[in-house]
Ligand binder design. Structure first.
Ligand SMILES: Cc1cc2nc3c(=O)[nH]c(=O)nc-3n(C[C@H](O)[C@H](O)[C@H](O)COP(=O)(O)O)c2cc1C
Length: 191
């Protein structure tokens, strides 16, 4: 059987007890098995911000990906259960911040209580186009919303990059913040 193929029903394991353990008919694995595997995939940490009508919106996201150079496209996924989903689906533009290791507190802040994310006015400002910018972020990109593609329990957001802020110069001023196995990390280069 192909690694990606559908597992014949005769070979499937007996249905486990908990609701979380119910195998997905499409893949034959449980969401618990899926999450356990994904924990081992390291990712850079970003914060996505939106200048929504009702006030600034933002959330920590590790699903960011560089998608295309010409045209310059990026992507990330937002969960349909996210408190930011309504604002995301209505947004025309967004900013993705690539966090440095010195911004772990922001990664934590923007993954916890939504009402408190922008409460400290000293942490952010607004672009002339309305999107919130988090102070001290080495690199951020502004993008217009190009495509919104609902997939599974998330929506894939594709953005067309219209502006790049790069404060790193030739040498990165801060190591990027990484997330791996449920913990924040800084990268360590190999010799
Ligand atoms: C390291 C990390 C990465 C995350 N990546 C994503 C992501 O890519 N997409 C997403 O929708 N939520 C992601 N989340 C969850 C959101 O940041 C947020 O915690 C979640 O939406 C709950 O907030 P809410 O109550 O405002 O919905 C991530 C959380 C953490 C801690």
């Amino acid at each position: 059987m192909s690694e990606f193929g559908k597992q014949p029903s005769a070979q499937r394991a007996a249905p486990p007890a908990g609701a979380d353990e119910v195998p997905d008919d499409l893949s034959g694995i449980t969401s618990t098995q899926y999450r356990a595997a994904m924990r081992h995939y390291p990712a850079g940490v970003t914060i996505v911000t939106l200048g929504a009508d009702k006030g600034p919106v933002g959330f920590t996201a590790t699903s960011f990906a560089s998608l295309s150079a010409d045209p310059p496209l990026i992507s990330f996924n937002i969960a349909h259960t996210s408190s930011s989903i309504e604002a995301m689906l209505a947004a025309d533009s967004l900013v993705v911040h690539f966090l440095g290791e010195h911004q772990r507190h922001l990664a934590q802040r923007f993954s916890r209580t939504a009402e408190e994310r922008f409460a400290d006015r000293s942490l952010w400002t607004r672009l002339d186009t309305g999107e919130p910018i988090l102070h001290g972020t080495p690199i951020w990109v502004r993008a217009t919303v190009h495509r919104l593609i609902p997939i599974g329990d998330h929506t894939l957001v594709v953005g067309l990059v219209t502006r790049v802020h790069d404060n790193t110069g030739d040498e990165p001023i801060a190591a990027p913040l990484l997330y791996y196995n449920g913990v924040y990390h800084r990268p360590r280069g190999l010799d």
